[in-house]
Write a protein that binds this ligand. Structure first.
Ligand code: FES
Length: 233
């Protein structure tokens, strides 16, 4: 896949110091990354940077915008500035998928990944559905139509939902498996495994590898980063 040029239009600094931005998406790069998908971005002004940066879709904006703008989740380096031109590879990976009949959706951020799940909320609300977001700690300003609860309510929220989407770091995956199983799991649930992805499926470096519940080795960058719960539990 060839790299395309995109320009950073805006950058937002969050309360926790993380940065997320809006990138003018190149005309010739296909569709804008969907919820759960990522891009590999390289800033040519940092020629000595060893690897591209993985940036995920984030926020409600992508489903509200008619323009070819890609809003990223937190993860943009502090040194990147509005106006910088980036080399972009993507969209990459399997994003979240839910069937059109789904009406009640629980989003559970098992770590600082609330923004990674919000593009789904935009899609569900636009289709007339209901969204419950579970996360601990600070959360972004959200429309009143999104109910926000602590992760302590996970069991109840999974029971309520037609579909559930979760996000967790690769490091915390063993804990998340216990947490989600302990809350009863869900037959219609997907999990975004957020891993370091230095090669982004180009060189089979194995940094993002983990073992599925069936004992199969999986790569977050290539087989995911969104997995069905049946692969994770
Ligand atoms: S990032 Fe190298 S194999 Fe996944």
């Amino acid at each position: 896949m060839q790299a395309n040029l995109g320009k950073i239009l805006e950058i937002q600094q969050n309360q926790d110091g993380s940065h997320q931005g809006i990138i003018a998406w190149p005309e010739n790069a296909g569709h804008v990354p969907a919820a759960g998908q990522y891009i590999q971005a390289h800033n040519p002004k940092e020629a000595s940077a060893p690897a591209a940066v993985s940036l995920f879709a984030g926020g409600l904006h992508p489903f509200e915008s008619e323009g070819r703008h890609f809003q990223t989740a937190p993860g943009m380096p502090e040194s990147w500035l509005p106006g910088d031109t980036l080399l972009l590879r993507g969209p990459l990976g399997n994003g979240f998928y839910f069937s059109p009949g789904v009406r009640r959706v629980t989003l559970a951020a098992l770590g600082p990944f609330g923004a990674h799940l919000l593009p789904l909320a935009g899609a569900v609300l636009a289709a007339g559905g209901e969204v419950s977001l579970l996360m601990d700690g600070d959360f972004p300003i959200l429309p009143a139509s999104i109910e926000v609860s602590p992760l302590a309510d996970l069991s109840e929220a999974l029971h309520w939902a037609d579909y559930a989407a979760c996000a967790v770091s690769l490091e915390d995956l063993p804990i998340a498996r216990e947490q989600l199983s302990g809350a009863g799991g869900h037959a219609n649930m997907q999990v975004l495994v957020h891993a370091p992805m230095p090669c982004g499926a180009l060189a089979a470096c194995g940094v993002c590898a983990f073992t599925s519940s069936q004992g199969i080795s999986l790569l977050a960058c290539e087989d995911g980063p969104v997995f069905d719960w049946s692969q994770i539990r």
